[in-house]
Write a protein that binds this ligand. Structure first.
Ligand code: NAD
Ligand code: DAU
Length: 347
């Protein structure tokens, strides 16, 4: 594996993965293929583009849509691609509730376009980046294992599940060398501030209230993004074709505890917390069993608390990155989602 097309490589996890892979594998070439939606940001790759200039064969960039079969085929041929790692997606649950259309286009149809291109070009590997949301809300103290039934509950989760099922179908039907990884809630540098942690950190820095959905007792597995990238690397190099691997810490944390740590790291008061009307269909709990990936020699390096504190410090140190975003398209989005949202008293 030498020539990897990283779709969605200008987004949050994709850009961290690109940086990680270029640093770890000096003989690999990376093509970022990205449509540059609101979530695709050249600043996420600023250091990479500075280090690997236009003449450097190790890094290239194509601005295009994964739904465009001709553009995908051109890129595969032009850059002699042997592997696709598909991060490209619409990713925010609240946006999928407001406007599901783009989710169906990119996460379902776009995945099909990439799978078909991988098949026609006889690629060595197609890796699908998926999510723990495909398992739906997890009851009791169960931790999702890869063989559990899928039970998505939001338009986002349903579109990602469809992508997974299509990838499996291409493996079973055509023998395409497919692997799938299902990640938990990633946090770290370059995450668009619609997601809860960058939203809350950047609000708190400016003393803007933190809109906690419902009672705030939902449970998530907040994992540091580079732990996820290492897990994907392990699946790419040591994973078995046709298999799915969960990637998370294996633990879980209440949202209110996450907020407590975040405010403590910033030295800001709990009075910034506002409980607001809940997200429709909000999954109460995700929790992954990650033994299958651990059996390949991978271990997460950060606890939830370490990941949250490290992430908070990055946003404190990188206002140049997020202030630009929060003054653009984001303002309209924030008004639409939170403007008329009722403040509640969960007690
Ligand atoms: P993101 O929203 O930060 O970035 C998505 C990227 O995909 C952007 O660069 C965007 O421009 C690009 N993109 C969107 N539609 C495209 C299209 N049609 N063609 C080409 N490019 C397109 O996303 P993220 O949080 O980095 O998530 C990346 C992947 O990881 C997604 O597949 C997501 O479902 C999955 N995932 C995310 C998390 C998480 O916590 N963020 C957890 C598990 C899995
Ligand atoms: O679990 C993996 C998934 O994690 C990824 O597949 C998704 O792409 C990613 O967006 C994320 O989904 P969540 O819905 O869990 O993430 P989000 O950051 O939107 O919310 C995390 C938790 O915080 C969730 O319980 C909802 C809550 N929340 C979120 C926002 C934006 C709030 O209480 N208030 C908020 O304003």
């Amino acid at each position: 594996m030498k020539n990897i097309m990283v779709t969605g490589g200008a987004g949050f996890i994709g850009s961290n993965f690109v940086r990680y892979m270029l640093g770890k594998y000096p003989d690999y070439r990376i093509l970022v293929y990205d449509k540059m939606t609101y979530a695709g940001n050249p600043d996420n790759l600023l250091d990479v583009t500075a280090m690997y200039g236009a003449d450097d064969p190790r890094f290239d960039f194509v601005k295009a849509d994964i739904c465009d079969a001709n553009a995908v085929a051109d890129a595969i041929t032009r850059f002699s691609i042997d592997t696709i790692v598909n991060f490209a997606a619409e990713t925010h649950v609240d946006r999928s509730i407001m406007d599901p259309d783009a989710f169906i286009q990119t996460d379902v149809y776009g995945t099909y376009v990439l799978l078909e291109a991988a098949r026609r070009h006889g690629l060595e590997r197609y890796h699908q980046i998926s999510t723990d949301e495909v398992y739906g809300h997890i009851h009791g103290d169960h931790r999702s294992v890869e063989t559990d039934a899928v039970a998505p509950r939001s338009p986002y989760a349903a579109s990602k599940t469809s992508g997974d099922l299509m990838a499996v179908a291409y493996y079973v039907t055509y023998g395409l060398p497919v692997t799938i990884s299902r990640g938990a809630n990633n946090i770290g540098p370059y995450q668009y501030p619609e997601k809860v942690i960058p939203l809350f950190v950047t609000n708190a820095i400016d003393d803007i209230p933190l809109p906690v959905y419902g009672d705030g007792k939902q449970r998530r597995d907040y994992q540091y993004v580079l732990d996820h990238c290492e897990g994907i690397d392990v699946v790419l190099h040591r994973g078995q074709i046709g298999e799915t691997y969960n990637i998370g810490t294996g633990g879980e944390m209440e949202n209110l505890r996450m907020v407590e740590i975040l405010l403590d790291e910033l030295g800001k008061p709990p009075s910034l917390i506002r409980h607001v009307e809940d997200r429709p269909g909000h999954d109460r709990r995700y929790c992954l069993n990650v033994d299958k990936l651990k059996a390949l020699g991978w271990e997460p390096r950060h606890s939830h608390e370490e990941a949250i504190r490290k992430t908070v410090r990055w946003y404190v140190d990188n206002e140049w990155w997020w202030r630009k975003i929060k003054s653009g398209e984001f303002k309209e989005y924030y008004k639409r989602l939170y403007g008329d949202r009722k403040v509640i008293n969960p007690a």
